[in-house]
Design a protein around this ligand. Structure first.
Ligand SMILES: *Cc1c(COP(=O)(O)O)cnc(C)c1O
Length: 442
């Protein structure tokens, strides 16, 4: 273990640092959480901002319907299914000896149209904001235009003067690259060393410019930021700070509310909802949680899950240092099979904005991610990528933690009415060959 003076000092006051350093699975349920109405005041964004994002997506629905036939069933809205997974629930109970009270569901953002990951929410949304703003300020979008106009060669020609730049571990790059090219933008994608080869190949095939870095995610983002600052006609998608990405993710919650209602599932003070979200830099799970809190208030409990090698949001909130600390500072390597979560430094704003609204932070080992991936496929026939399975372990950590459950007033009776949603964040774009490797790896 790293024995720097810094580490020595912080780990004296914060005992879980030792556990994080030893790469054992760790959980921390923040005792400083506040009620939803108090916590939301710290976010700096409101429900009205989510309304705006939702409306913008509705305006673009005709564009999506025209360009992506797979969105026609949902009338041009990019959304994913919510599914019950009783066989997985039963299997996990038998396998771990932990009783899972209530109902287990999976939210399949792994099957989101267009880019097959949660990044099809925030990533696509941010590019839409930029495209709409350019079109408006250049007088291309008279009032009440039908946004199918974004499919025309005039629009594409206009956008080809502009570039979108992003730094990514893979999925954000994929999502931004795909939508940018579809609208006619140049796409410049800075990929970290974690990015899978097939994601880079796919992007190059659609005409995106992929720049490969031998360094990790934070440095790929920094390279993108610098490049964009020196380029005209250019927009940098800042995964570490963007509120538009965050709002794009947040819209998920109101759609989920409708799906729960359609499934006959109640969420109220006697029927709590627990949501387990894989966390990388924090924008995805943070944005979704923001939305969930505005919809379900104190009846929803959000728990973040990170790889043992990359617990950046855990570390940032637990130490109160947020983006002033990274996992390398405590001697961790940020190397994990969960490529979508390999972010060593947390977002500059999500941890601070959301800290009073996130109940807990947990970690999961790579070998458990791998096992869960296989179990889910065997029991439910659902394939998701390694990052995406993290939520299952977050759930097991949570329902085992009686101190936390007592603190939030979760009686045995109340938790027997609970709904648990494991948020699956990516997977449907993984090529068959890669899937087979994941499913057969030992
Ligand atoms: C990006 C990503 C996440 C987490 O989102 P962040 O905004 O990085 O926290 C989770 N799972 C997958 C598969 C991802 O690609």
């Amino acid at each position: 273990m790293n024995t720097s003076p810094f580490l020595h000092t912080i780990s004296k006051e914060l005992p879980l640092i030792h556990q994080l350093c030893s790469l054992t699975e760790t959980n921390w349920f923040n005792p400083a959480i506040k009620t939803t109405s108090e916590g939301l005041r710290h976010v700096g964004l409101t429900k009205e901002h989510i309304d705006e994002a939702e409306q913008r997506m509705i305006r673009f629905a005709p564009f999506f319907r025209a360009v992506y036939p797979e969105t026609r069933g949902s009338h041009g809205i990019i959304e994913s299914p919510l599914r019950r997974i009783p066989h997985m629930q039963q299997h996990l109970q038998q396998n771990t000896g932990i009783k899972i009270p209530g109902t287990l569901l999976i939210k399949l953002d792994s099957e989101l149209p267009i880019s097959g990951s949660i990044k099809a929410r925030g990533g696509i949304y941010e590019v839409l904001v930029y495209a709409e703003q350019l079109a408006l300020t250049n007088g291309l979008l008279p009032h009440s235009s039908d946004y199918e106009i974004f499919t025309t060669t005039e629009f594409k020609g206009f956008f080809s003067q502009y570039s979108i730049v992003v730094g990514s571990t893979g999925n954000l790059g994929l999502s931004i690259g795909i939508i940018s090219r579809a609208l006619g933008f140049n796409a410049i994608i800075h990929m970290s060393t974690d990015a899978r080869q097939w994601k880079k190949d796919m992007l190059r095939a659609i005409g995106a410019h992929v720049i490969e870095h031998s360094a990790d995610y934070s440095q790929a983002v920094q390279a993108g930021r610098e490049k964009a600052a020196n380029t005209n006609f250019c927009h940098f998608v800042d995964d570490e700070n963007s509120t538009n990405l965050f709002l794009g993710y947040a819209v998920a919650a109101r759609r989920l509310k409708k799906q729960l209602m359609e499934a006959g599932i109640t969420v109220d003070s006697h029927h709590p909802l627990f949501v387990y979200l894989p966390c990388g830099v924090g924008g995805g799970p943070g944005g979704v949680s923001f939305g969930l809190k505005t919809e379900f208030g104190d009846n929803v409990h959000c728990i973040f899950v990170e790889p043992t090698h990359s617990p950046s949001m855990f570390l940032g909130v637990y130490t109160g240092l947020h983006d002033q600390i990274c996992v390398q500072d405590i001697g961790l390597d940020n190397r994990t099979i969960a490529d979508g979560l390999a972010c060593g430094r947390p977002s500059g704003f999500v941890g601070q904005a959301m800290q009073y609204l996130i109940d807990g932070y947990t970690t999961v080992s790579d070998s458990n991610l791998q096992t869960l991936l296989k179990q889910l496929y065997a029991k439910e026939g659902i394939f998701i990528e390694p990052s995406s399975t993290a939520g299952f372990k977050g759930m097991l950590h949570t329902i085992k933690n009686q101190d936390y459950l007592n603190r939030i007033g979760m009686s045995a009776e109340k938790i027997s009415n609970a709904t648990h949603i494991v948020w699956a964040t990516g997977g449907s774009m993984v090529p068959e060959k890669e899937k087979a490797l994941y499913l057969h790896a030992s």
